[in-house]
Design a protein around this ligand. Structure first.
Ligand SMILES: [Zn+2]
Length: 278
């Protein structure tokens, strides 16, 4: 995702905000080249199109074929001219610098992407191959990232790749700046006790109707939404095992060890506190 596109999306809600606030980042070091690029892209003249195509290398790299999501995608068409800092190609026409991939979309489809993002199916920001481009919202783009395994999950997370950036132990804020964490008598529950809705001022007393209790609770009104028994994603047991456990005459601890669960779990099953009905 690039800067222009993120600004575009936010612009969906309030156009005047988009123009005044979001397109002028308050941080002077922040690169706002893309952020200032306009939303709409007018149709290109034949001359501009010719100039655009002269900047493309159609013999680009093939997207990683070991990733099932990229199989079937042909070679990328690499932008051989100037690029924005994020790696997106930039193309100058009618006096304004524009994202090359967005221009490629306009040339290929004749549609102006407007407030929507032009996304890369190949995840190569320099690519302008129209077959690799699609249009969507910021949400679509993020979901695409997760699907392709590009999100910072597991080993790719900053906690692993840059552990020095996660302050732990003596470097943690609670040690380096203890004064910024009001604790004990400095805590606001002591300094401003009137702000805490306790006892009879609690919402449970003042607005009991806003609490879905008893028969109005979701567990009653939408029982299908509550995952129980085998359907629960953390279930270690199933009905077959539960029947076997109930028929087992050994000590609870021995059964528990067999099934890698706690003794209390076996007790609850045997006493029909859990897994009461199929
Ligand atoms: Zn591509």
């Amino acid at each position: 995702m690039n800067l222009i596109d993120s600004n575009l999306h936010r612009g969906l809600n309030n156009e005047s905000q988009r123009n005044s606030q979001f397109l002028r980042p308050s941080n002077p070091n922040h690169d706002c080249t893309m952020a200032k690029a306009p939303l709409t892209i007018p149709p290109l003249s034949e001359k501009d199109k010719e100039r655009f195509f002269s900047k493309i290398d159609k013999d680009g790299p093939l997207p990683d074929q070991s990733n099932p999501y990229y199989i079937g995608l042909g070679k990328c068409h690499v932008w051989a001219a100037g690029k924005f800092p994020g790696g997106y190609g930039c193309f100058h026409f009618q006096g304004i610098m524009r994202g090359a991939h967005r221009v490629a979309w306009v040339i290929a489809t004749g549609e102006d992407p407007g407030v929507y993002q032009v996304q890369h199916e190949c995840d190569n920001p320099t690519c302008v191959n129209p077959a690799h481009l699609s249009i969507g919202t910021v949400k679509d783009n993020s979901q695409h990232m997760v699907k392709c395994g590009r999100s910072a999950k597991g080993d790719k997370n900053g906690k692993y790749t840059k552990p020095e950036c996660t302050p732990r132990g003596d470097k943690h804020g609670s040690r380096t700046k203890p004064e910024s964490r009001p604790r004990g008598e400095k805590h606001y529950s002591f300094t401003n006790p009137e702000k805490l809705a306790r006892g009879e001022r609690n919402g449970a007393y003042t607005k009991p109707e806003s609490r879905a209790r008893g028969k109005r609770n979701g567990a009653y009104t939408k029982p299908e939404c509550v995952l129980r028994g085998e359907a629960h994603y953390r279930a270690k047991l199933n009905w077959e095992k539960v029947v076997a456990i109930r028929a087992d005459s050994r000590k609870l601890q021995e059964i528990a060890t067999d099934y890698s669960v706690a003794k209390q779990t076996i007790w609850a099953i045997v006493h029909f506190k859990t897994w009461a009905r199929p």
